[in-house]
Ligand binder design. Structure first.
Ligand SMILES: Cc1ncc(C[n+]2csc(CCOP(=O)(O)OP(=O)(O)O)c2C)c(N)n1
Ligand SMILES: [Mg+2]
Length: 301
């Protein structure tokens, strides 16, 4: 099911262009270091509500956000990376996770339902039924004809309303980019255990341009630009979730870590110093967001 070439494409930074490559890396770093700070904040008891981490899956939203200028976004529960990559304010996300009134939903929705209708980002919050964001995205595209991004998981791809939404978008040639973040897990159950079919092939059968891809950001960037030129499209992207389904625990070493691969690719392209500067700036900026003294003040401890 996941037989795929997981190597990054040769000369990726040159193909996407140096500026885009470094910007993708900056957004990967932003999510990686935001989540790192969040792990600590959970362990220290500053965040007590459930959290769904994007760690390990950062390249998907980072590459999409650089490729697509301002789509209307309908994301699922694992959405911190989507919000941050598309330009969401990390402080407002932190406040949401801490249950503060200054959060993205006034501190009442939490990690799995991040929404934003300002800061240059239009992102609708997830409601709780996996994949329900997909028919909402399709309906939005039908009414507006604006470029719409529907991001969902490999588990959500099995919901009947997701599959019928693909069919509807195909029939009406709606400008939706469907992105399945395929981490091979619905909570703890692998794709192979759950189904015998690929969502990319179902979408193709409906007449939607579809691709199975690795989480190589250079490929995601190039494919997203190409696919969104022609009506509905679907990208099923193989990713590797680093943390538990919910919460900050881990089950040991990950199968792969694209963050490290991207750094190596930038180094290979002669961009080591620039990449290191970007990583350092993002690490510092996210450490400020999760500064312990500030968390104590905010939580009144
Ligand atoms: C309709 C529905 N069925 C079951 C659940 C329980 N549930 C919450 S998250 C989840 C797994 C989702 O897997 P996937 O869509 O692959 O997203 P991931 O967590 O892997 O990012 C399930 C089954 C739900 N929220 N909604
Ligand atoms: Mg999954």
């Amino acid at each position: 099911m996941r037989s795929h070439n997981f190597a990054l494409i040769e000369n990726g930074p040159a193909l996407v262009g140096e500026d885009a490559a470094l910007e993708i890396f900056r957004r990967v770093c932003r999510t990686r270091y935001f989540e790192k700070g969040l792990v600590r904040a959970v362990k220290d008891g500053f965040v007590t509500a459930p959290v769904y981490l994007s760690t390990g899956q950062e390249t998907v939203a980072a590459a999409l956000s650089v490729a697509l200028p301002r789509p209307v976004i309908f994301a699922q529960h694992r959405c911190h990376g989507v919000y941050l990559s598309f330009g969401g304010d990390p402080v407002r996300l932190r406040d949401e996770l801490m249950g503060l009134p200054t959060g993205t939903s006034g501190g009442r929705a939490g990690s799995n339902c991040v929404q934003c209708h300002d800061d240059g980002v239009t992102m609708h919050g997830h409601h709780g039924l996996i994949g329900e964001n997909v028919p909402l995205a399709v309906g939005y595209a039908l009414a507006s004809r604006e470029t719409t991004l529907a991001i969902f998981g490999d588990g959500a791809a099995e919901e009947d309303y997701v599959l019928s939404s693909l069919g509807f978008a195909a029939t009406h040639r709606l400008p939706v980019l469907f992105v399945c973040e395929d981490n091979n897990l619905s909570i703890l159950t692998t794709v192979e255990t759950r189904r015998s079919w690929r969502v990319s092939r179902v979408a193709s059968a409906f007449g939607i341009d579809s691709e199975d891809l690795s989480d190589d950001p250079w490929t995601i960037y190039l494919k997203a630009k190409e696919l969104t030129k022609r009506g509905p499209a679907l990208m099923n992207i193989y990713t590797c979730r680093a943390n538990w389904h919910v919460g900050v625990g881990t089950d040991g070493p990950v199968e792969w870590d694209r963050f490290l691969d991207v750094k190596a690719a930038l180094e290979h392209a002669g961009l080591k110093d620039k990449a290191e500067g970007i990583e350092e700036a993002e690490r510092h900026s996210m450490e400020k967001v999760w500064d312990q003294g500030q968390l104590r003040r905010l939580s009144g401890r």
